[in-house]
Design a protein around this ligand. Structure first.
Ligand code: OOB
Length: 538
C-alpha cells in the first residue's frame, strides 16, 4: 500500500456516518453510468467521440494489460498527457488496478518529471511523443534505467510502446486484483508549492470521491451538462471542482479543448452545445475581450449556462462583466489541490457571487482564520486560513519536515492564504506563502531561487511577485552576482534556466541585478522591500 497520513479514527467515523465517505473506489462513478446509459457520450476529443461504454472498455483493456505485466496495488505511475481522451482512459485504468498515478502537467519539463519520478519510483510512465521530453528516446531510456518498467507513448511508431496498442483487447489476460480499498491512496495531486521541490498530495478514493460528488451537486451537473475542459485536465479545478469527474458522475459529456484560447473554444461551444466551463481569471479576460471586440461571437455562446472561475484572485469589476458580456452565470471557486474547495452557490445573491470566493463544500469543512500568534480573528478581519475536513489531506507524501510546518497540532492544514470570513463566505485577500500565482499557475519561489544560485555567476537570488494587468501576477528575480562576473542578460538567463529543464511558466518574467538583498530583523530576505521597490519603479 502507498503510505499516507490517515485521518484520526473518530473523524473518519464521522465522515462515514455523515455519508461523505461511501467506501467505494472512484471507478464506481463510471460503473454507475455504464449501468444506466452506456451509449451516452462521455468524451468529445477533436473528431473522436467516446461513449461511457467505450471509456469503460478501453480503460479495462489497458488495466488488463498492465495487470498482466504484474502491476497492481502499491505501485505508482507517472502520467503526462495533454487534454486528450487517453488521459481519462489511463486514469480510470490505473485506478481499476490500484496503481496510483501522478498526473504531471503537459507544461512540466525534465526537472519536474525527474522530481516526481524520484519521489514515487513509478513502474509505468504514460506520456506523449508530442512532448519535447519524449520526442526521442533519451528521457524514456533514462527513466527505464531508473527502474521504470514500461514507457507507453501516445503517437509512438513502435507497437510495443505505443499507448494505442495497450488499449486493444486481449481475451487471454488473467483477472486483476481490482482497485485499492477506498480508504487508501487513489492518486496524487500536485501541490502549487512553496518549497524547493514539488510536493505530492496523496488523495484517497473516499476523500476525493466525496469532493467530486458534492461539487457536482453544487454546480448542478446533470446528464445534460456539456463541460468544456480547456484548462489542463489533470489540475484539481478542472478534474474535480466539479470538473470532468463531476460531469462523469452526473452522466454528462466532457468536451476537450487544447487550451482556453477564446476563438477555438467559442467554436467548440457552438459545435458541441457546451453548457459549463471552468476558467482561470486571465482566460476570462481574454474571452471578455474577444466578445467585446467582435460581438458576433456572443451567438456562439448561446448554450453556455455557467462559468466557474478560480485558481487566482478575480477582480469584482471583471466578475460583473461575465453575465453581462458572455450571457452566462458566474460561480466563483476558491480551491486547492490539498483539499478544501469553496463555491458561491448558484442561487446566491449577485453581490455574494461578485464579491466573494464562496463557502466550503461540506458542513464538516472546519475553517479557522488566525492572526499572527495563531489566535482566531473576528469575522470581517483578515487572517491566515487553516482547515481540516472530509476531503482535506493530512500530509504531503514523504515530507515530514514540511508537514510539521504546514499542519498544526489539531491536524489543520495552513494553506498560506489570507482570507476574510463573513457569514460563512470567504474572500481571498492575500497570501503568506512564498509563492507566485501567475494567472493560476503556481510558482514556488524557493524552487526557482535554488535553481538560480546553481548558476556559476549568481550568489544570491530572490523571486517575488510583481502585479500584472493580464496575469494578475508575474515574477521578478533579484540576483546578486559573483564578484567580477560579467553582466548577465535576461535572454541568456532564460536560456540557461530552460537548459536546466524547468517548466517555462516558472521562468522569471523580469530580472534585477542588485548589489545585495535586503534582510529583515531576523536575517531573512526582506521580500516585502523587494516588492515595494518594484512597485515604486513600475
Ligand atoms: C487551485 O488549486 P492549486 O492547488 O493550484 O492552488 C491553490 C491556491 C490557493 O491556496 C490560493 O492561493 C489560490 O490557489 N487560489 C485562489 C483562488 N483559487 C485558488 N486565490 C484567489 N482566488 C481564488 N478563487 O487553484 C484550485 C483547486 C480547485 C478549485 C479551484 C482552484
Amino acid at each position: 500500500m502507498i503510505e499516507f497520513t490517515p485521518w484520526p479514527q473518530d473523524q473518519a467515523r464521522r465522515y462515514r456516518e455523515a455519508g461523505y465517505w461511501i467506501d467505494q473506489p472512484m471507478t464506481h462513478l463510471l460503473d454507475a453510468q455504464l449501468a444506466v446509459q452506456p451509449d451516452a457520450t462521455a468524451i468529445v476529443c477533436a473528431d473522436r467521440r467516446f461513449s461511457y461504454a467505450d471509456l469503460d472498455r478501453l480503460s479495462r483493456h489497458l488495466a488488463a494489460r498492465l495487470a498482466a505485466q504484474g502491476l497492481g496495488h502499491g505501485d505508482t505511475a507517472l502520467v503526462q498527457l495533454p487534454n486528450v481522451a487517453e488521459f481519462f482512459i489511463s486514469f480510470f485504468a490505473l485506478l481499476r488496478i490500484g496503481v496510483a498515478p501522478v498526473n504531471a502537467l503537459f507544461s512540466h519539463r525534465r526537472l519536474e518529471m525527474t522530481s516526481y519520478a524520484a519521489q514515487i519510483a513509478p513502474k509505468v510512465v504514460i506520456a506523449s511523443r508530442a512532448h519535447e521530453l519524449f520526442a526521442d528516446d533519451a528521457f524514456a531510456d533514462e527513466l527505464r534505467a531508473g527502474g521504470v518498467r514500461h514507457v507507453l507513448l501516445l503517437g509512438d511508431d513502435t507497437p510495443r510502446t505505443n499507448l494505442a496498442h495497450w488499449l486493444t483487447h486481449d481475451a487471454d489476460l488473467p483477472a486483476d486484483a481490482g482497485p485499492t480499498p477506498a480508504d487508501q491512496v487513489a492518486f496524487f495531486q500536485l501541490s502549487g508549492g512553496s518549497t524547493g521541490t514539488p510536493k505530492l498530495i496523496p488523495r484517497t478514493h473516499n476523500d476525493y470521491d466525496y469532493s467530486v460528488r458534492a461539487s457536482a451537486e453544487i454546480s448542478c451537473c446533470t446528464p445534460a451538462t456539456r463541460f468544456l475542459c480547456a484548462l489542463p485536465a489533470a489540475h484539481n479545478f478542472t478534474l474535480s471542482s466539479p470538473g470532468s469527474l463531476g460531469v462523469f458522475h452526473a452522466g454528462g459529456t466532457v468536451v476537450l479543448a487544447p487550451s482556453p484560447e477564446p476563438l477555438t473554444c467559442f467554436d467548440l461551444i457552438a459545435r458541441e452545445g457546451v453548457t459549463m466551463v471552468p476558467l482561470v481569471p486571465p482566460a476570462v479576460a481574454l474571452w471578455l475581450r474577444a466578445v467585446e471586440e467582435a460581438p458576433s461571437h456572443r451567438a456562439k455562446l448561446d448554450t453556455l449556462e455557467l462559468m466557474l472561475v478560480g485558481g487566482a484572485s478575480f477582480a469584482e469589476a471583471v466578475a460583473r462583466r461575465v453575465p453581462e458580456t458572455l450571457g452566462c452565470q458566474l460561480q466563483q471557486v476558491f480551491g486547492m489541490a490539498e483539499g478544501l474547495v469553496n463555491y458561491t452557490r448558484l442561487g446566491d445573491d449577485p453581490q455574494i457571487i461578485f464579491t466573494t470566493q464562496g463557502r466550503p463544500i461540506s458542513p464538516d469543512d472546519e475553517i479557522r482564520v488566525l492572526d499572527e500568534s495563531g489566535d482566531p480573528v473576528a469575522d470581517g478581519t483578515p487572517g491566515a486560513l487553516a482547515t481540516r475536513g472530509p476531503y482535506t489531506f493530512r500530509g504531503y507524501y514523504r515530507s515530514p519536515e514540511h508537514n510539521a510546518k504546514a499542519f498544526d497540532a489539531d491536524g489543520f492544514y495552513h494553506s498560506g492564504d489570507v482570507v476574510v470570513r463573513e457569514n460563512g463566505y470567504l474572500r481571498v485577500v492575500g497570501r503568506i506563502k512564498d509563492q507566485i500565482n501567475r494567472g493560476g499557475e503556481k510558482i514556488a519561489a524557493e524552487e526557482i531561487e535554488n535553481l538560480l544560485v546553481r548558476h556559476p555567476d549568481i550568489t544570491h537570488a530572490a523571486l517575488v511577485a510583481v502585479e500584472d494587468a493580464n496575469l494578475g501576477e508575474k515574477s521578478c528575480a533579484f540576483l546578486v552576482l559573483r564578484d567580477g562576473a560579467e553582466k548577465l542578460s535576461p535572454p541568456a538567463l532564460r536560456r540557461w534556466l530552460i537548459a536546466q529543464g524547468v517548466a517555462e511558466y516558472k521562468l522569471p518574467d523580469r530580472f534585477r541585478i542588485v548589489p545585495d538583498l535586503p534582510l529583515t530583523a531576523v536575517g531573512k530576505i526582506d521580500k516585502r522591500r523587494l516588492r515595494d521597490s518594484l512597485a515604486a519603479t513600475a
